[in-house]
Design a binder for this molecule. Structure first.
Ligand code: FCB
Length: 432
């Protein structure tokens, strides 16, 4: 099958620093909350850590070579904050910065456009010890770190984003406690989510004030929400899920307020969101130039057992498997139409000038078929084709989708799942 995209459509692949770099304490790098979290036994499947990961810190030149072979137009990667600022602020680690200089220059020389994410979850542990994202001071620290990076790569890097998936940072990190820093406190998660929004806005303001040539974006995980029952309680549940997952971080930026229904529930549960006077205006004013959508699955919402009243994610969301559907190694349903649905929804609701698929991909059981490590990757090819087909359909219907980044360039450390799931276009032999 052939699908034709415009000449300037960006085909890329994505990674993040903790998941591939390794060298967790090399050349003056400071620890991040993920270093600390993975070193505590029991947090990660098989007690895997990112200490070595894909050794990208050492092998980045070879990795750029592989990207070139793949014909990538762009590479989305993230900067490990404490590699550059070991304490989160103050003194710079020249060796860490040099690594990113070499990477960026190497990409440019190879004709691959760098797309930098400033925060793919590695909060410097030193800042966490002082309150981390629960504290407003971290907002200023983030803005200073961002300012430094923008200036440093002025003229070399044109595509930037502030945060990868603030939803995950707040909810998996501070509410469910399954990601670093492993906190289980809904009130804290709520406050953190607001601080992330404010930090994003502040970094965008810095970007504009400095007149950096290029575009500043943000990346959210998003999922089309589908009602599976025709009842009031199902409709209410769907509104909750959509509000928490899709709207919570977009409406402040693009509408100037948090979703009302969620705010009501928050109040009812006795929680409180502390915002300072100009926060909401600042978030709205400093919205991103582009939005990156990470699409992995749809969300099917069911009735609350026993009718309306309480919403319980575990009892009403994706509770029944879809008959005949394919599931990835993550247990995520393969549903290519969802990428089309979410693109259409976002375009209708927010009118953002530039959209990207910043991540889309699948963990598949790789069958190695020869001694060179060649993998029979038909199911992954099929996955990519079917999702691209749906992207094209959205473009044809007027959605300003400018690019698609496959997750991931190579197999890597999949957070709480360790190294078991393999998302890579490129297979990694972890023993060597
Ligand atoms: C996303 C993350 C990314 C990767 C994929 C599978 O939520 O942004 O780091 O783990 O999921």
């Amino acid at each position: 099958m052939e699908i034709k995209f415009d000449k300037d459509f960006i085909f890329g692949a994505a990674t993040s620093s903790y998941q591939i770099e390794g060298a967790w304490d090399k050349d003056g790098k400071g620890p991040s909350i993920w270093d600390v979290f993975t070193h505590q036994k029991g947090n990660i499947r098989n007690n895997d850590t990112g200490d070595t990961a894909c050794a990208h810190y050492e092998k980045y030149r070879e990795d750029i070579g592989l990207m070139k072979e793949l014909n990538l137009k762009s590479y989305r990667f993230s900067i490990n904050w404490p590699r550059v600022f070991p304490q989160g602020r103050g003194g710079i680690n020249p060796k860490g910065l040099e690594f990113y200089d070499n990477l960026v220059d190497g990409l440019i020389a190879a004709g691959i456009e760098p797309n930098i994410t400033l925060y793919h979850w590695e909060l410097p542990q030193a800042l966490h010890n002082e309150g981390g994202w629960e504290s407003r001071e971290t907002i200023d620290d983030f803005a200073e770190y961002a300012a430094f990076m923008f200036e440093h790569f002025r003229g070399r890097v044109k595509l930037w984003s502030t945060f990868n998936e603030p939803y995950v940072v707040a909810n998996l990190g501070y509410r469910m406690g399954i990601f670093a820093p492993g906190i289980k406190d809904p009130q804290k998660a709520l406050q953190v989510s607001h601080h992330l929004n404010v930090a994003h806005a502040k970094a965008v303001a810095v970007f504009r004030k400095k007149k950096i040539q290029g575009k500043i974006g943000i990346v959210h995980c998003m999922s089309p929400v589908q009602k599976m029952d025709n009842t009031l309680s199902c409709a209410e549940n769907a509104e909750m899920v959509d509000g928490m997952f899709n709207k919570w971080f977009l409406e402040p930026s693009f509408k100037g307020s948090y979703p009302e229904r969620i705010m009501d529930v928050i109040k009812k549960e006795g929680m409180e969101l502390h915002a300072e006077k100009n926060d909401m205006e600042s978030i709205k004013e400093n919205r991103a130039d582009w939005l990156g959508i990470n699409y992995y699955f749809r969300t099917r919402v069911f009735d609350t057992p026993g009718g309306s009243g309480g919403f319980d994610w575990k009892k009403s969301v994706n509770i029944k498997p879809v008959e005949g559907a394919l599931y990835t190694e993550m247990g995520w349903e393969v549903y290519p139409e969802g990428i089309y649905e979410i693109l259409k929804d976002v375009n209708k609701n927010y009118k953002i000038p530039e959209l990207y698929i910043a991540e889309n991909g699948a963990a598949m059981k790789d069958a190695v078929i020869d001694e060179n490590g060649i993998v029979c990757d038909d199911d992954r090819l099929e996955y990519i084709m079917s999702h691209l087909e749906n992207c094209k359909k959205a473009i044809d219907e007027g959605v300003p989708l400018k690019g698609y980044y496959y997750w991931s360039l190579m197999d890597n450390f999949e957070w709480a799942h360790g190294y078991d799931p393999r998302f890579g276009i490129i297979r990694v032999d972890y023993d060597t």
